[in-house]
Design a protein around this ligand. Structure first.
Ligand SMILES: NC(=O)c1ccc[n+]([C@@H]2O[C@H](COP(=O)([O-])OP(=O)(O)OC[C@H]3O[C@@H](n4cnc5c(N)ncnc54)[C@H](OP(=O)(O)O)[C@@H]3O)[C@@H](O)[C@H]2O)c1
Length: 311
Protein backbone atom coordinates (compact mmCIF):
# COMPACT_ATOMS: atom_id res chain seq x y z
CA UNK A 1 0.00 0.00 0.00
CA UNK A 2 1.22 3.51 -0.85
CA UNK A 3 0.90 6.59 1.30
CA UNK A 4 -0.47 10.02 0.46
CA UNK A 5 0.63 12.89 2.71
CA UNK A 6 -1.32 16.15 2.94
CA UNK A 7 -0.01 18.92 5.19
CA UNK A 8 -2.40 21.25 7.03
CA UNK A 9 -5.31 18.93 6.29
CA UNK A 10 -7.31 19.54 9.47
CA UNK A 11 -9.12 22.57 8.07
CA UNK A 12 -9.76 24.82 5.06
CA UNK A 13 -8.55 23.78 1.60
CA UNK A 14 -6.40 20.96 3.04
CA UNK A 15 -9.37 19.34 4.76
CA UNK A 16 -11.45 19.47 1.58
CA UNK A 17 -8.50 18.07 -0.36
CA UNK A 18 -8.22 15.15 2.10
CA UNK A 19 -11.96 14.52 1.86
CA UNK A 20 -11.78 14.33 -1.93
CA UNK A 21 -8.59 12.26 -1.73
CA UNK A 22 -10.36 9.71 0.46
CA UNK A 23 -12.84 9.20 -2.42
CA UNK A 24 -10.14 9.13 -5.12
CA UNK A 25 -7.80 6.77 -3.25
CA UNK A 26 -9.78 4.35 -1.09
CA UNK A 27 -6.94 1.82 -1.04
CA UNK A 28 -4.00 4.07 -0.14
CA UNK A 29 -2.98 5.22 3.29
CA UNK A 30 -3.75 8.94 3.72
CA UNK A 31 -1.74 10.82 6.32
CA UNK A 32 -2.97 14.18 7.53
CA UNK A 33 0.16 15.99 8.70
CA UNK A 34 -1.08 18.55 11.22
CA UNK A 35 0.52 20.71 13.88
CA UNK A 36 -2.43 20.22 16.22
CA UNK A 37 -2.75 16.47 16.60
CA UNK A 38 -6.21 16.55 18.14
CA UNK A 39 -7.60 18.68 15.30
CA UNK A 40 -5.95 16.25 12.87
CA UNK A 41 -7.55 13.27 14.59
CA UNK A 42 -10.95 15.01 14.53
CA UNK A 43 -10.51 15.55 10.77
CA UNK A 44 -9.61 11.87 10.30
CA UNK A 45 -12.76 10.85 12.20
CA UNK A 46 -14.94 13.26 10.24
CA UNK A 47 -13.60 12.13 6.84
CA UNK A 48 -13.75 8.47 7.88
CA UNK A 49 -17.42 8.91 8.80
CA UNK A 50 -18.24 10.64 5.51
CA UNK A 51 -16.35 8.29 3.18
CA UNK A 52 -15.74 5.04 5.04
CA UNK A 53 -11.99 5.33 4.25
CA UNK A 54 -10.16 2.69 6.30
CA UNK A 55 -6.55 3.78 6.11
CA UNK A 56 -6.38 7.35 7.27
CA UNK A 57 -4.40 8.73 10.17
CA UNK A 58 -2.89 11.92 11.57
CA UNK A 59 0.81 12.42 12.28
CA UNK A 60 2.06 15.55 14.06
CA UNK A 61 4.02 18.06 11.99
CA UNK A 62 4.96 21.64 12.81
CA UNK A 63 6.52 23.31 9.78
CA UNK A 64 7.83 26.10 12.03
CA UNK A 65 10.32 23.64 13.53
CA UNK A 66 13.05 21.71 11.69
CA UNK A 67 13.10 19.33 14.68
CA UNK A 68 9.43 18.53 14.20
CA UNK A 69 9.92 18.05 10.44
CA UNK A 70 12.78 15.63 11.14
CA UNK A 71 10.69 13.78 13.72
CA UNK A 72 7.79 13.50 11.28
CA UNK A 73 10.14 11.95 8.71
CA UNK A 74 11.58 9.57 11.31
CA UNK A 75 8.12 8.41 12.38
CA UNK A 76 7.04 8.06 8.78
CA UNK A 77 10.12 6.00 7.90
CA UNK A 78 8.99 3.41 10.44
CA UNK A 79 5.51 3.17 8.93
CA UNK A 80 4.51 -0.10 7.36
CA UNK A 81 3.39 1.79 4.23
CA UNK A 82 6.28 4.15 3.75
CA UNK A 83 6.27 4.40 -0.04
CA UNK A 84 4.85 7.78 -1.00
CA UNK A 85 2.70 8.15 -4.10
CA UNK A 86 1.58 11.72 -3.40
CA UNK A 87 2.77 14.64 -1.30
CA UNK A 88 0.59 17.74 -1.03
CA UNK A 89 2.35 20.73 0.53
CA UNK A 90 -0.78 22.63 1.47
CA UNK A 91 -0.12 24.03 4.96
CA UNK A 92 0.48 27.76 5.07
CA UNK A 93 0.02 30.93 7.06
CA UNK A 94 -0.24 34.64 6.52
CA UNK A 95 1.08 36.58 9.49
CA UNK A 96 -0.03 40.20 9.21
CA UNK A 97 0.64 41.02 12.86
CA UNK A 98 4.06 41.88 14.26
CA UNK A 99 7.03 39.93 12.92
CA UNK A 100 7.36 36.45 14.37
CA UNK A 101 10.01 33.78 13.99
CA UNK A 102 10.10 29.99 13.74
CA UNK A 103 11.78 27.83 16.36
CA UNK A 104 14.94 28.02 14.22
CA UNK A 105 14.87 31.83 14.02
CA UNK A 106 13.49 32.29 10.48
CA UNK A 107 10.82 34.89 9.75
CA UNK A 108 7.59 32.91 10.33
CA UNK A 109 5.80 33.21 6.96
CA UNK A 110 8.93 32.41 4.93
CA UNK A 111 9.92 29.76 7.49
CA UNK A 112 6.60 27.88 7.39
CA UNK A 113 5.37 28.46 3.83
CA UNK A 114 8.69 28.01 2.09
CA UNK A 115 11.47 26.53 4.26
CA UNK A 116 9.18 24.11 6.13
CA UNK A 117 7.65 22.64 2.97
CA UNK A 118 11.05 22.63 1.24
CA UNK A 119 12.67 20.71 4.11
CA UNK A 120 9.81 18.23 4.39
CA UNK A 121 9.86 17.50 0.66
CA UNK A 122 13.62 16.91 0.51
CA UNK A 123 13.58 14.69 3.60
CA UNK A 124 10.72 12.61 2.16
CA UNK A 125 12.33 12.14 -1.27
CA UNK A 126 13.95 8.79 -0.31
CA UNK A 127 10.46 7.38 0.30
CA UNK A 128 8.97 8.51 -3.01
CA UNK A 129 7.68 5.98 -5.50
CA UNK A 130 9.33 5.95 -8.91
CA UNK A 131 6.34 7.92 -10.29
CA UNK A 132 5.41 9.93 -7.20
CA UNK A 133 3.73 13.32 -7.49
CA UNK A 134 4.45 16.42 -5.39
CA UNK A 135 2.18 19.48 -5.35
CA UNK A 136 2.96 22.81 -3.69
CA UNK A 137 0.05 25.11 -2.88
CA UNK A 138 1.02 28.60 -4.01
CA UNK A 139 -1.21 31.60 -4.67
CA UNK A 140 -2.12 34.10 -7.37
CA UNK A 141 -0.82 36.76 -4.98
CA UNK A 142 2.73 35.77 -6.03
CA UNK A 143 2.13 37.48 -9.38
CA UNK A 144 1.96 41.30 -9.43
CA UNK A 145 0.39 41.22 -12.92
CA UNK A 146 -2.70 39.52 -11.43
CA UNK A 147 -3.46 42.69 -9.43
CA UNK A 148 -4.84 40.81 -6.40
CA UNK A 149 -4.66 43.90 -4.18
CA UNK A 150 -1.81 42.44 -2.14
CA UNK A 151 1.57 44.27 -2.20
CA UNK A 152 3.90 42.86 -4.87
CA UNK A 153 5.98 39.80 -4.08
CA UNK A 154 9.65 40.70 -4.13
CA UNK A 155 12.56 38.30 -4.16
CA UNK A 156 15.68 39.97 -2.89
CA UNK A 157 18.23 37.58 -1.38
CA UNK A 158 16.68 34.51 0.27
CA UNK A 159 18.72 35.27 3.40
CA UNK A 160 16.91 38.60 3.70
CA UNK A 161 13.61 36.76 3.52
CA UNK A 162 14.69 34.48 6.35
CA UNK A 163 16.22 37.27 8.42
CA UNK A 164 14.44 40.51 7.39
CA UNK A 165 15.92 43.86 8.26
CA UNK A 166 13.95 46.27 10.42
CA UNK A 167 11.23 48.13 8.58
CA UNK A 168 9.15 51.16 9.43
CA UNK A 169 6.25 49.96 7.28
CA UNK A 170 2.99 48.86 8.91
CA UNK A 171 2.61 45.19 9.87
CA UNK A 172 -0.34 44.51 7.51
CA UNK A 173 1.30 45.39 4.15
CA UNK A 174 4.62 43.88 5.28
CA UNK A 175 2.87 40.65 6.27
CA UNK A 176 0.97 40.50 2.98
CA UNK A 177 4.15 41.12 0.98
CA UNK A 178 5.99 38.38 2.89
CA UNK A 179 3.08 36.04 2.21
CA UNK A 180 3.03 36.81 -1.54
CA UNK A 181 6.82 36.38 -1.66
CA UNK A 182 6.65 33.03 0.16
CA UNK A 183 4.16 31.89 -2.48
CA UNK A 184 6.60 33.01 -5.20
CA UNK A 185 9.18 30.86 -3.39
CA UNK A 186 6.84 27.85 -3.63
CA UNK A 187 6.71 28.16 -7.41
CA UNK A 188 10.46 28.75 -7.79
CA UNK A 189 10.99 25.65 -5.64
CA UNK A 190 8.78 23.66 -8.01
CA UNK A 191 10.86 24.80 -11.00
CA UNK A 192 14.17 24.01 -9.28
CA UNK A 193 12.98 20.70 -7.87
CA UNK A 194 11.73 19.61 -11.26
CA UNK A 195 15.16 20.43 -12.69
CA UNK A 196 16.95 18.47 -9.96
CA UNK A 197 14.58 15.53 -10.41
CA UNK A 198 14.99 15.36 -14.19
CA UNK A 199 15.95 11.82 -15.04
CA UNK A 200 13.35 10.50 -12.60
CA UNK A 201 9.62 10.04 -13.05
CA UNK A 202 8.73 12.13 -10.02
CA UNK A 203 6.47 15.00 -11.08
CA UNK A 204 6.18 18.30 -9.24
CA UNK A 205 3.66 21.08 -9.82
CA UNK A 206 2.31 24.24 -8.18
CA UNK A 207 -1.32 25.07 -7.52
CA UNK A 208 -3.13 28.36 -6.94
CA UNK A 209 -6.58 27.88 -5.43
CA UNK A 210 -7.93 31.36 -6.24
CA UNK A 211 -9.26 33.56 -3.47
CA UNK A 212 -10.93 31.26 -0.94
CA UNK A 213 -12.77 33.32 1.67
CA UNK A 214 -13.70 32.00 5.09
CA UNK A 215 -10.72 29.70 5.72
CA UNK A 216 -8.34 30.20 8.65
CA UNK A 217 -5.80 32.04 6.48
CA UNK A 218 -7.15 35.47 7.44
CA UNK A 219 -7.17 34.56 11.13
CA UNK A 220 -4.89 37.35 12.30
CA UNK A 221 -6.30 40.07 10.06
CA UNK A 222 -7.97 43.04 11.77
CA UNK A 223 -11.71 42.38 12.52
CA UNK A 224 -12.96 44.54 9.63
CA UNK A 225 -10.98 42.53 7.04
CA UNK A 226 -12.10 39.26 8.65
CA UNK A 227 -15.72 40.36 8.40
CA UNK A 228 -15.29 41.12 4.68
CA UNK A 229 -13.53 37.80 4.07
CA UNK A 230 -15.99 35.69 6.04
CA UNK A 231 -19.24 37.30 4.91
CA UNK A 232 -19.00 39.67 1.93
CA UNK A 233 -16.44 37.68 -0.11
CA UNK A 234 -18.25 34.42 0.64
CA UNK A 235 -21.36 35.76 -1.08
CA UNK A 236 -19.26 36.99 -4.02
CA UNK A 237 -17.95 33.48 -4.79
CA UNK A 238 -20.95 32.88 -7.02
CA UNK A 239 -20.19 35.89 -9.23
CA UNK A 240 -16.40 36.13 -9.27
CA UNK A 241 -14.51 33.49 -11.29
CA UNK A 242 -11.29 34.24 -9.31
CA UNK A 243 -12.99 33.20 -6.05
CA UNK A 244 -13.70 29.63 -4.95
CA UNK A 245 -15.15 27.81 -1.99
CA UNK A 246 -12.76 25.69 0.07
CA UNK A 247 -14.62 22.63 -1.27
CA UNK A 248 -14.04 23.52 -4.93
CA UNK A 249 -10.39 24.44 -4.31
CA UNK A 250 -9.73 21.35 -2.21
CA UNK A 251 -11.25 19.13 -4.88
CA UNK A 252 -9.22 20.82 -7.62
CA UNK A 253 -6.10 20.33 -5.51
CA UNK A 254 -6.77 16.63 -4.89
CA UNK A 255 -7.42 16.09 -8.60
CA UNK A 256 -4.22 17.85 -9.64
CA UNK A 257 -2.19 16.00 -7.00
CA UNK A 258 -3.56 12.52 -7.61
CA UNK A 259 -5.94 12.00 -10.53
CA UNK A 260 -4.64 10.38 -13.72
CA UNK A 261 -6.03 13.33 -15.75
CA UNK A 262 -3.07 15.40 -14.52
CA UNK A 263 -0.31 12.78 -14.31
CA UNK A 264 1.47 13.99 -17.46
CA UNK A 265 2.13 17.48 -16.08
CA UNK A 266 5.51 18.34 -14.60
CA UNK A 267 6.96 21.69 -13.55
CA UNK A 268 3.69 23.52 -14.22
CA UNK A 269 1.75 26.18 -12.36
CA UNK A 270 -2.00 25.61 -12.18
CA UNK A 271 -4.75 28.09 -11.47
CA UNK A 272 -7.58 25.80 -10.42
CA UNK A 273 -7.70 23.18 -13.20
CA UNK A 274 -5.72 25.13 -15.81
CA UNK A 275 -1.94 25.29 -16.34
CA UNK A 276 -1.02 28.97 -16.76
CA UNK A 277 2.15 31.07 -16.79
CA UNK A 278 3.42 32.15 -13.38
CA UNK A 279 4.93 35.57 -12.68
CA UNK A 280 7.89 36.92 -14.59
CA UNK A 281 10.10 36.75 -11.48
CA UNK A 282 9.29 33.08 -10.92
CA UNK A 283 11.21 32.20 -14.11
CA UNK A 284 14.30 34.18 -13.05
CA UNK A 285 16.91 31.44 -12.78
CA UNK A 286 19.29 33.45 -10.60
CA UNK A 287 16.45 34.06 -8.10
CA UNK A 288 15.59 30.35 -8.23
CA UNK A 289 19.19 29.27 -7.67
CA UNK A 290 19.70 31.73 -4.82
CA UNK A 291 16.56 30.39 -3.17
CA UNK A 292 17.55 26.75 -3.70
CA UNK A 293 21.13 27.08 -2.46
CA UNK A 294 20.19 29.30 0.50
CA UNK A 295 17.36 26.98 1.51
CA UNK A 296 19.75 24.00 1.55
CA UNK A 297 22.15 26.04 3.68
CA UNK A 298 19.48 27.30 6.11
CA UNK A 299 17.85 23.90 6.61
CA UNK A 300 21.15 22.00 6.64
CA UNK A 301 19.66 19.43 4.26
CA UNK A 302 21.57 17.90 1.36
CA UNK A 303 19.68 17.17 -1.81
CA UNK A 304 20.21 13.65 -3.01
CA UNK A 305 18.34 11.65 -5.57
CA UNK A 306 16.64 8.61 -4.12
CA UNK A 307 18.65 5.59 -5.28
CA UNK A 308 15.68 3.77 -6.79
CA UNK A 309 14.79 6.76 -8.96
CA UNK A 310 17.55 7.16 -11.52
CA UNK A 311 17.20 6.01 -15.11
N1 LIG B 1 -7.64 30.99 1.44
C1 LIG B 1 -7.16 31.58 0.35
O1 LIG B 1 -7.75 32.56 -0.15
C2 LIG B 1 -5.91 31.08 -0.29
C3 LIG B 1 -5.54 31.63 -1.54
C4 LIG B 1 -4.38 31.20 -2.15
C5 LIG B 1 -3.60 30.23 -1.55
N2 LIG B 1 -3.98 29.70 -0.34
C6 LIG B 1 -3.11 28.69 0.26
O2 LIG B 1 -3.86 27.53 0.57
C7 LIG B 1 -3.24 26.82 1.63
C8 LIG B 1 -4.29 26.44 2.67
O3 LIG B 1 -4.81 27.64 3.21
P1 LIG B 1 -6.29 27.80 3.77
O4 LIG B 1 -6.88 28.97 3.11
O5 LIG B 1 -7.01 26.50 3.75
O6 LIG B 1 -5.96 28.27 5.28
P2 LIG B 1 -6.24 27.57 6.71
O7 LIG B 1 -7.68 27.23 6.83
O8 LIG B 1 -5.65 28.51 7.69
O9 LIG B 1 -5.39 26.23 6.65
C9 LIG B 1 -3.99 26.27 6.77
C10 LIG B 1 -3.49 24.96 7.33
O10 LIG B 1 -2.07 25.07 7.50
C11 LIG B 1 -1.75 24.65 8.83
N3 LIG B 1 -0.53 25.25 9.35
C12 LIG B 1 -0.28 26.56 9.62
N4 LIG B 1 0.93 26.69 10.18
C13 LIG B 1 1.45 25.44 10.25
C14 LIG B 1 2.66 24.92 10.77
N5 LIG B 1 3.58 25.70 11.35
N6 LIG B 1 2.89 23.59 10.69
C15 LIG B 1 1.95 22.77 10.14
N7 LIG B 1 0.78 23.20 9.67
C16 LIG B 1 0.53 24.53 9.73
C17 LIG B 1 -2.97 25.07 9.65
O11 LIG B 1 -2.97 24.39 10.90
P3 LIG B 1 -3.83 24.97 12.15
O12 LIG B 1 -5.27 24.65 11.85
O13 LIG B 1 -3.28 24.24 13.33
O14 LIG B 1 -3.58 26.44 12.20
C18 LIG B 1 -4.07 24.63 8.71
O15 LIG B 1 -4.25 23.25 8.83
C19 LIG B 1 -2.13 27.73 2.17
O16 LIG B 1 -0.88 27.31 1.66
C20 LIG B 1 -2.50 29.09 1.59
O17 LIG B 1 -1.38 29.92 1.42
C21 LIG B 1 -5.12 30.09 0.30
Amino acid sequence: MNSIIITGANTGIGFQCALKMAKLAPNEQIILACRNEQLGKDAVASIGKKTGHQYMKCLPLDLASLKSINEFTQIFSKEKHHQISTLVNNAGIQNVAETQYTEDGFELTFGVNHLGSFALTLLLLPFMNHNARITFVSSGTHDPSQKTGVPDAEHTHAKLLAYPEDTTEKALPVGQKRYATSKLCNIMTVYQLQKHLSGTNIHVNAFAPGLVPGTGLARNYPPFYKFISNYIFKVMIRFNPKMNSAKTSGENLANLAYSSDFERYNGKYFEGKKPIKSSEDSYNVSFQEDLWETSLELTGIEFSLPTNQTG
